[in-house]
Design a protein around this ligand. Structure first.
Ligand code: ARG
Length: 589
């Protein structure tokens, strides 16, 4: 494994040292290099530097050019406009750089972070005894991608699935199941996710009916909540049955999503029960939280209700019960002090932003987030239907995640089937590809828009072969594999001595940016920028195919080899990038 310095970085270094030679006070200044249509790169940084030094920007640019040594890397550099630098690099440098990436099969030359840290990421957190919805889908998909990307940069990542498995609603369920003990018995050892969910749903409805109709049951149910929080063993055993049944269902959905969730990473709200009292005590002792009308509250200057009165974060209710905030504050203590995280990331619906703002600020005041650790909510927007309204069924109910995934797979299978004969796919292959295309379509649609924006869930658009979709990228990958198969004896080999066509250079320069993109995406938790990068990569590939034939008899053998090499590296980059997003790339499609 050898990491490769990107061409853009090497050029940047060259320019930075030429710049400091021309203008000593510019030591360490960023020449602000960008890809450009006019040349390979354009540096725009001179303008601001000249202004600061009260120098003429064009003159300064001319002095910088005089300092640059052209040769192996930089072929040509010239001043343009008010003081920009246009830089063209040699074909040889491009091919050699890509060759080094190609030789590093696992990482494609992408370096590890200089100082990786430890991140605890909170994602894929559905609620026990409840159906998963599209919001849970977003958290799972975005969280899994960010996790993969962070790990690829060398970060040590701890996953925490903070499931909703605690609270007053369980009193009613536990009491009901205790009074009807065989309701969750299974005839078969193997229970499907669907069955588990329908068992829970049936039980939930029955318990609710009784709770609303029978005052005495209500009283018994309320007592159960107290027993649960006090850790009564029998109550806990009944509660555990709900958790286990729900996990059967969760795992079946994660499995459908082609996502690996480990049981040991599921640490729900209940996991912090033992810490709640101490968390409250510490907050009160430090003066961060105060008693107000019997409740333990934290106040904020800038958080007020519509009536202008402050809205506190309630850490403990006046009846002594603990809520969502106490759990999250305890989780922060656990993640910072036990798990030793430097970064806490929460992939949670934007509608919980006020909660996290208050929780983070409280933890900061308590001194739990001051040391090395920072917290960030990776907030995501609402999933909307085609009509632009929150996603509901025609009957106005929330859409079941499973139905949605099944429909995506059905549509994708139809798309795959249309081309299957030409490619020679068997029925099992069609089905497998249909799953990978369908699930990929849903994930990609989610990951290709900036998380915080609401997005329209439009299956027609998601499985479209044209445009910014996963299936477009998957076809690009499969086409590459088909060319490599058709190449027969010819092998991919890098030939730095060859002159490159413009489309080859453009593809090559984009391939060079993979590592930089991954690191940017990891630093800002922005998987949509990786999706955009991959889409551009596939577009560069399409232009390349149009302008450069790969397996043409007119090509010299080394041209065929070099083009196969470019194509193969593009395939590997697509494959790696898609894998980081959690999306499969079938070999034949
Ligand atoms: N279970 C919650 C929900 O469904 C999400 C939990 C988010 N994570 C957290 N640490 N609060 O809305």
């Amino acid at each position: 494994m050898a990491s490769v310095t990107s061409l853009s970085h090497s050029v940047e270094q060259h320019l930075a040292s030429a710049l400091s030679a021309a203008l000593p006070e510019a030591v360490g200044a960023d020449p602000l290099l960008r890809r450009s249509d006019r040349a390979d790169y354009q540096a725009n940084g001179i303008l601001a530097l000249a202004k600061k030094a009260k120098a003429n920007p064009r003159e300064l640019a001319t002095q910088v050019v005089a300092q640059v040594v052209t040769g192996d890397l930089i072929k040509d550099i010239e001043v343009s406009g008010p003081g920009f630098l246009n830089v063209t690099i040699t074909d040889k440098a491009i091919v050699e750089n890509l060759g080094a990436r190609y030789a590093d099969a696992d990482r494609l030359g992408v370096p590890l972070a200089d100082a990786p840290g430890r991140t605890v990421i909170d994602y894929a957190q559905p609620n026990v005894a409840k159906e998963m919805h599209v919001g849970h889908l977003r958290s799972a998909v975005i969280g899994a991608a960010v996790t993969e990307i962070l790990e690829f940069t060398g970060e040590s990542v701890v996953r925490r699935h903070h499931i909703g498995d605690w609270g007053t609603q369980f009193g009613m369920l536990i009491q009901y199941l205790d009074e009807h003990p065989h309701e969750l018995d299974h005839k078969d050892a193997q229970v499907s996710g669907e069955e588990a969910m329908s068992n829970l749903d049936r039980l939930y409805k029955a318990a609710r009916r009784l709770f609303d109709a029978d005052e005495e049951f209500k009283t018994r149910a309320r007592r159960r909540v107290v027993d649960l929080q006090a850790g009564d063993p029998h109550t806990l055993a009944v509660w555990q049955k709900f958790v286990d049944e729900s996990k059967i269902y969760f795992f079946s959905v994660f499995d459908k999503l082609d996502m690996e969730i480990r049981d040991e990473d599921i640490v729900g709200e209940s996991g912090y029960n033992d810490m709640l009292a101490e968390t409250c005590r510490l907050l009160e002792e430090k003066g961060v939280a105060v008693r107000s009308e019997g409740a333990l509250c934290v106040f904020f200057d800038d958080v007020k209700g519509p009536d202008g009165n402050p809205v506190p974060l309630i850490v403990q209710k006046s009846d002594g019960g603990y809520g969502y905030a106490a759990t999250d504050l305890s989780a922060i203590r656990d993640r910072v002090f036990q798990l030793k995280a430097n970064s806490l990331v929460y992939v949670v619906d934007a509608r919980q932003s006020l909660h996290f703002k208050m929780v983070f600020e409280t933890a900061r005041r308590a001194g739990w987030l001051n040391g090395g650790a920072t917290a960030h909510q990776l907030a995501f927007g609402t999933v909307l239907g085609k009509d632009g309204k929150p996603f509901k069924t025609r009957e106005g109910e929330t859409v079941k995640l499973v139905d949605l995934l099944d429909e995506a797979v059905d549509r994708a299978t139809a798309v795959v089937r249309e081309k299957a004969e030409k490619v020679g796919l068997s029925e099992p292959e069609i089905e497998e590809n249909g799953r990978h295309v369908g699930v990929g379509a849903v994930k990609y649609a989610d990951l290709s828009t900036s998380a915080v924006r609401d997005y329209k869930f439009d299956l027609d658009q998601m499985v479209s072969l044209n445009g910014d979709t996963s299936v477009y990228l998957q076809y690009a990958y499969a086409r590459i594999q088909s060319i490599l198969r058709k190449a027969g004896e010819a092998r991919p080999v890098a030939h730095p001595e060859l002159e490159l066509a413009p489309a080859e250079r453009a593809l090559g320069l984009h391939l060079d940016q993979f590592g930089e993109t991954v690191h940017e995406v990891a630093a800002a938790y922005e998987p949509h920028k990786l999706a955009a990068y991959l889409y551009q990569l596939a577009s560069h590939l399409t232009t390349f195919y149009d302008q450069c034939h790969v397996l043409s008899a007119d090509n010299a053998p080394e041209v065929v080899e070099n083009r196969l090499f470019l194509v193969d590296l593009t395939g590997r980059t697509l494959h790696k990038g898609m894998a980081l997003l959690g999306i499969r790339t079938p070999e034949r499609l």
